[in-house]
Design a protein around this ligand. Sequence first.
Ligand code: TYD
Length: 137
Amino acid sequence: MVKLDEQIQILDFPDLGDERGNLVVVEGGSAIPFEIKRIFYIYGSDDEVVRGMHANLRSEFVMINVSGTSRVKVDNGSETRIIELNRPRMGLYLKNMVWKEMYDFSPDSVLLVLSNEHYDPEEYIRSYEDYLKMVVK
Ligand code: TYD
């Protein structure tokens, strides 16, 4: 069974800022462990909303709360963990086939998500029951 520790990673991006303010650079293939093909961002969700609730056959993600905070529950069918995204220099890398739920969005939360794949609804697993059948042998 694959360990959750091998499927997720907390990334800490350097701050290249100076007296003018902060500057964080994330480049595909170096700070981000894949070449970036897709970017989307989620804002205007509140503390009652749960988003995600899916796993992906191929997509990997890096999630960054560039403003505000949120929580991500990650699950690989045998282990779960809750990660708070609470600073713009922090990234959460998720390999493919990790179940994720995003919630507890602060009013100012802007959750930026980078992915190695273009959007393809066919590679989304949206039933937790189906997901468990695929990962629990
Ligand atoms: P959804 O997967 O429910 O978002 P989340 O993972 O944040 O809960 O996506 C909402 C809608 O947006 C759904 O109709 C699919 C569409 N969508 C795209 O077209 N491209 C994308 O990259 C994403 C993430 C969603």
